[in-house]
Write a protein that binds this ligand. Structure first.
Ligand SMILES: Nc1nc2c(ncn2[C@@H]2O[C@H](COP(=O)(O)OP(=O)(O)O)[C@@H](O)[C@H]2O)c(=O)[nH]1
Ligand SMILES: [Mg+2]
Length: 463
């Protein structure tokens, strides 16, 4: 074997190993992502769409589904280029705006897929609306969507590039996907002009964005021209005939890129998309939990207020009140996947009470400190009256909180405190418990929590 051949073979083997590694890593990472989410059934339901997309990615990886998307301004010939590649008119063509209104996909059955790097791969071509056919925010969403899904982007232009085109191309480039810049409609230019435009695009406009070999000329749907045909009866007639498209150079370039990098591209893309989806799911999960936690706290707070209002014996209802608070925190801890025992929940209540106490109700603080949990129930009686002090100190003004509203507010503050503690992985954070409680009180004021609790309480008590 000649030295050169051997080097080639070794290179090829290297490349395959690398590709297989990438695919394998992508697969593992996806599996870990799915397994690591630890969603409750409720969350799975809300996040069904994101989860489906994540599972689709695994399939994409297994099947090596490669997406090729056309992108560019209206009427540059995006749909025409894809049709020429497919060899049939699948995507609608139009001289007017808005022919392609949404993303549309079509399988590209390609005999050339027998190339080694594309073995078993499934090619999909995707048509999109023109970037100037959709407005502002939708355009960004579209670009983002295309960039996120596509494995290879065909950016179609039909002459010297406009500024928006260069900007859009630069934005797409950021996502690190291969881009082939297609200069389409070359049949419309005299040869000299065409070569000048081509050189300008390649050497000037996108020099920093696209490699020269990735700038390709096509005539996907050349204008028809008049031909004179002789009819059997000897007369002649003029007819319109459309020349065959010039698309082979693009097809070859696409297959070259995919043959070389196809599987690795899919693997990398899968990882990128999985990363995006994962971040989205985690953010939504936090949001879902927080919303559920807020509902839970509110319901407990109103229930406790109502219980206090209906039970005139202070110590008794406060004992019941404490049980409600402890129960609330146990429920919250389950929501956050860190189930507490009642004892842990009770000591959390005590810690928060101490913090509240230190904010103005010293007596409560010392009582709770001196006594065990049982006798600290009595502390709560003082506490419920005492919450008015820190509230007043924080500028709530002289608020005549009734017992019921006070009980509800206390539960609310304790619940929000426990929520923060749980969210932070059972830590009060660098600024400590007092700051957390104080911030909750300030936020509660901003949100008119007391007024709203009072309203809900009234409704509850009427019912
Ligand atoms: N002369 C010429 N016209 C083309 C070519 N490609 C597309 N067109 C025409 O350009 C117009 C817009 O094409 P279309 O594919 O719908 O553009 P899109 O909006 O980018 O999808 C249609 O009238 C096409 O016939 C081409 O290579 N040469
Ligand atoms: Mg179109």
């Amino acid at each position: 074997m000649a030295g050169e051949e051997l080097t080639d073979l070794l290179d090829e083997l290297d490349r395959q190993t690398e590709t297989n590694d990438t695919v394998e890593r992508a697969r593992e990472s996806l599996e870990e992502t799915l397994a690591g989410l630890k969603l409750t059934p409720e969350e799975e339901q809300v996040l069904a769409e994101e989860l489906r997309q994540l599972r689709d990615l695994t399939r994409k990886l297994d099947e090596t589904t490669i997406e090729i998307a056309a992108f560019g301004m209206v009427s540059r010939g995006k749909s025409s280029v894809l049709n020429a590649l497919l060899g049939q008119e699948v995507f609608k063509i139009g001289a007017t705006h808005g022919t392609t209104v949404a993303r549309a996909a079509q399988r590209w059955e390609q005999s050339a897929i027998s190339r080694p790097g594309l073995e078993g791969a499934k090619l999909i071509v995707v048509d999109t609306p023109g970037i100037d056919e959709v407005g502002g925010e939708a355009r960004e969403a579209l670009a983002h969507d295309v960039a996120r899904h596509a494995d290879l982007i065909l950016f179609i232009v039909s002459g010297d590039m406009q500024r928006v085109e260069i900007e859009a191309l630069a934005a797409l480039r950021e996502v690190q996907k291969p881009i082939i810049l297609v200069f389409n409609q070359i049949d419309r230019y005299p040869e000299l002009d065409r070569d000048q435009i081509y050189a300008k695009i390649k050497d000037e406009r996108v020099k920093h964005l696209v490699r020269p070999e990735d700038v390709v000329m096509t005539a996907a749907r050349p204008d028809p021209y008049k031909v004179r045909v002789q009819l059997p009866d000897g007369t002649t007639q003029t007819q319109w005939e459309r020349p065959a498209p010039l698309i082979e150079p693009l097809k070859a370039r696409i297959l070259d890129v995919l043959d070389r990098e196809g599987k690795a591209l899919v693997a990398l893309n899968t990882l990128l998309m999985a990363g995006d989806l994962h971040a989205e799911i985690v953010a939504r999960k936090v949001q879902i939990r927080d919303e559920a936690a807020n509902r839970l706290i509110w319901n407990f707070a109103v229930a406790k207020g109502a219980a206090v209002a209906l039970n005139p014996v202070p110590v008794a209802d406060m004992a019941g009140g404490l049980a409600v608070d402890v129960g609330m925190i146990v429920a919250l801890s389950k929501l956050y996947g860190i189930p507490f025992t009642r004892r842990t929940a009770a000591s959390l209540v005590r810690d928060m009470m101490l913090a509240l106490g230190a904010m103005g109700v010293v007596e409560v603080a010392s009582r709770i400190l001196a006594s065990g949990l049982k006798s600290s129930l009595a502390g709560l009686t003082v506490m419920s009256g005492g919450l008015a002090a820190p509230l007043t100190a924080l500028g709530y003004g002289a608020i005549g909180l009734g017992q019921a509203a006070t009980g509800a507010t206390t539960s609310y503050v304790l619940g929000q405190g426990a929520k923060t503690y749980l969210r932070q992985g059972c830590q009060w954070g660098p600024r400590g418990i007092k700051t957390v409680i104080q911030q909750i009180l300030v936020q509660a004021k901003t949100d008119s929590v007391i007024d709203r609790l009072r309203e809900d309480l009234k409704k509850r008590l009427k019912a």
